[in-house]
Design a protein around this ligand. Structure first.
Ligand SMILES: Nc1ncnc2c1ncn2[C@@H]1O[C@H](COP(=O)(O)OP(=O)(O)OP(=O)(O)O)[C@@H](O)[C@H]1O
Ligand SMILES: [Mg+2]
Length: 256
């Protein structure tokens, strides 16, 4: 009884994962023998140069793409295709324009077995969590880019996934909205115990949000690197340890 409930879930194991595409008839290796254990409840950021395979890795974890070799296990079981325990957030929130904010967030909950009023209650909870309660009845065209992305995040959380997969979710936002959204994500992830994989090209965002950062190599012969970000939260971007991590990452990318 109790023991079962205390088991934390959403642990991801990546074993000997490799994937190539084909380019002009020749194989194009993208991911080469990736091995990684993503802890339950952890936030893992994935960074790397453009074309290093971040999106490819996320799509394999989502089950939208098959690997050529190796496997992905969730709580010990190999995944096959997409699954209800995983939710994906892309750079564009892809809201349904004919539905209100509340209905976008609640969309799909009834097909998952919730009654109409349960679905509504849960949607309201997550709309509130992302701070949009005043916009429940608004339509997507009436929202700013940051607000629309918040709706997308609420919709993904509303299905209460064990694992949240995000591909540059804040990449299209202006600098100020982005920082306030990073603060919101940090707050939401503190309250929601969900394993999170965040692809970002923003090194500071990775340091601000992640427990660990996976750095994919540009050259396929290179090894992926993992960096632990052991800073207290909420994080202070100007703290010496934060700045030190940023310099470390910049120098890994040869930008320093
Ligand atoms: N569907 C596909 N067919 C063929 N090649 C692909 C496909 N998707 C990705 N690739 C190739 O795989 C490599 C990795 O692409 P991927 O989108 O994973 O990179 P990324 O790290 O997400 O880059 P970015 O930072 O620009 O988003 C690239 O060389 C790309 O050309
Ligand atoms: Mg990408």
């Amino acid at each position: 009884m109790g023991v079962q409930q205390n088991l934390r879930r959403g642990e991801v194991t990546i074993r000997h994962l490799s994937k190539s595409y084909r380019l002009n008839g020749a194989p194009l290796p993208v991911l080469k023998d990736i091995n990684l254990n993503i802890r339950s409840g952890e936030t893992l950021a994935i960074v790397g140069a453009s074309g290093s395979g971040k999106t490819t890795l996320l799509r394999v974890l989502a089950g939208l793409e098959d690997a050529d070799a190796g496997d992905v296990l969730i709580d010990g079981t190999a995944i096959r295709g997409v699954g209800a325990e995983r939710a994906v957030i892309f750079q564009e929130p892809r809201l349904l324009p004919w539905l209100t904010v509340l209905d976008n967030v609640g969309f799909g909950l009834e097909t998952r077995g919730l009654s109409r009023s349960e679905a509504r209650g849960r949607a309201q909870h997550y709309v509130q969590l992302v701070g949009l309660q005043q916009f429940e009845g608004a339509y997507p065209r009436q929202l700013s880019g940051g607000m629309a992305q918040r709706v997308g995040i609420a919709r993904a959380l509303a299905v209460q996934p064990e694992i949240l997969l995000l591909d540059e979710p804040l990449g299209a936002l202006d600098a100020m909205t982005k920082i306030s959204m990073q603060q919101e994500l940090a707050r939401i992830w503190r309250d929601e115990d969900v394993t999170t994989v965040l692809v970002t090209h923003d090194l500071e965002e990775a340091i601000y949000l992640a427990d660990r950062i996976l750095i994919l190599p540009r050259e396929k012969e290179g090894e992926p690197r993992l960096i632990e970000i052991d800073l207290p939260r909420p994080r202070d971007r100007s703290a010496p340890d934060f700045v030190r991590h940023r310099e470390e990452l910049l120098s890994i990318f040869g930008l320093h």
